[in-house]
Write a protein of this length. Structure first.
Length: 209
């Protein structure tokens, strides 16, 4: 069974509270999401492998640690997942970025695929899938399935807010994929929105309705 990691650092919780506030505008919402993604990235990448290299400091030669190349890819689920990419790229500037396009059918609440563009060597990398909301879990599960079909074996899911229903679905369908969230909220309402949640993350990031 995959592990659920709730990243409850005080600064993350503080910023999440600001994001939940309906009076927070799109500009501040985007900035806060970027900041939280950066902070959560420390936990998601905590066990990245290191290799020894020889360097010269201003004082002497030494053996130092370095993350080897071709280790990370960030794959946002469009469109809201885009809001988490910049924060992770600030942490790992050399990470490749792919994109998976899924939208939720308003009647069935099921995800529909419309786009997929990934780095050629995606199967060699640790893949961090980003999506602010883990609601029904349908989009996350479909995106992970798409990645596995392309040879990915090391995948992690990074979300801002989840609910037990979505967490359970991902854990059942993809027990090898660890889940990272800043909070687990109470439940989904009749429209499959997270309660208390923060509204539609995509609309709040891009100022759409």
């Amino acid at each position: 069974m995959s592990t659920l990691h709730v990243v409850d650092h005080p600064m993350i919780q503080h910023k999440l509270t600001l994001m939940r506030d309906m009076n927070t505008g799109s500009k501040d919402f985007r900035e806060l999401l970027k900041e939280i993604a950066l902070l959560m990235g420390y936990e998601v990448t905590r066990d990245l492998p290191l290799e020894d290299i020889e360097i010269q400091t201003p004082i002497c030669k030494m053996t130092a640690k370095k993350v080897p190349g071709r280790k990370l890819a960030i794959v946002p689920i469009l469109r809201a997942g885009l809001g988490m990419v910049e924060g992770l790229q600030t942490l790992v500037p050399v990470a490749k970025v792919g994109h998976i396009g899924l939208y939720r059918d308003e009647t069935t609440h099921q995800p529909v695929e419309y786009y997929c563009k990934l780095p050629e060597d995606i199967q060699e990398r640790l893949v961090i899938v980003t999506d602010p909301m883990l609601a029904t879990g349908g989009s996350a599960c479909d995106a992970i399935t798409m990645l596995k079909k392309r040879g990915c074996k090391n995948i992690r899911l990074m979300c801002l807010v989840g609910v037990p229903e979505g967490v359970k679905k991902v854990q059942e369908e993809h027990p090898d994929v660890d889940i990272y969230v800043a909070a687990v909220d109470d439940h989904l309402n009749e429209n499959a929105y997270i309660v208390p949640g923060l509204g539609d993350a995509g609309d709040r990031i891009f100022g759409t309705k």
